[in-house]
Design a protein around this ligand. Structure first.
Ligand code: FES
Ligand code: FES
Length: 161
């Protein structure tokens, strides 16, 4: 077993993990942060997306020990402590950006990263940025709409419903 210590959603945490333990499993099983989902375990679906030191990471592609000393953000840290949804979460709710919700934590974390890098993305840029996140339900349209709304923009009329 190996020891690790890191900050997760602003809280210092420690753990004992095997070298092969994936970050997503440490988050879900050891820290009980089950909002980070496992869809494929092979780096394709994006359901496990978190931020590590501000970078977007599919947490099924990273060993937990690689996050030693890092600052990790998961979906559980997105809302305010009083439960007020983040602007992006609220936009997903307002624009029906989810159905089953399985992809949603990863989508929200990806959207947060996009809007940090590019506060006013075009619809095309939003769709490109979401390429690593698969949604089986929504057809993506309302997800893109929600992210555009969270950036303070409307979808262009041609692309709108
Ligand atoms: S579970 Fe990590 S990309 Fe699908
Ligand atoms: S809302 Fe079901 S997979 Fe995206």
């Amino acid at each position: 077993m190996m020891k690790l210590s890191l900050r997760v959603n602003g809280r210092d945490v420690t753990g004992d993990v095997e070298g092969r333990t994936l970050l997503v499993d440490f988050l879900r099983n050891d820290l009980r942060l089950t909002g980070t989902h496992v869809g494929c375990d092979t780096s394709q679906c994006g359901a496990c997306t978190v931020h590590v030191d501000g970078k977007l990471v599919k947490s099924c592609t990273m060993f937990a020990v690689e996050a030693d000393g890092a600052e990790v953000a998961t979906i559980e840290g997105a809302a305010a402590p009083d439960g007020t949804l983040s602007v992006i979460q609220q936009a997903f709710q307002d624009h029906h950006g989810l159905q089953c919700g399985y992809c949603t934590p990863g989508m929200v974390m990806t959207a947060a990263s996009l809007l940090r890098e590019n506060p006013k993305p075009t619809e095309h840029e939003v769709r490109q940025y979401l390429e690593g996140n698969i949604c089986r339900c929504t057809g993506y349209h309302n997800i893109v709409k929600a992210i555009m709304a969270a950036s303070g923009q409307e979808m262009p009329a041609m692309a709108a419903e």
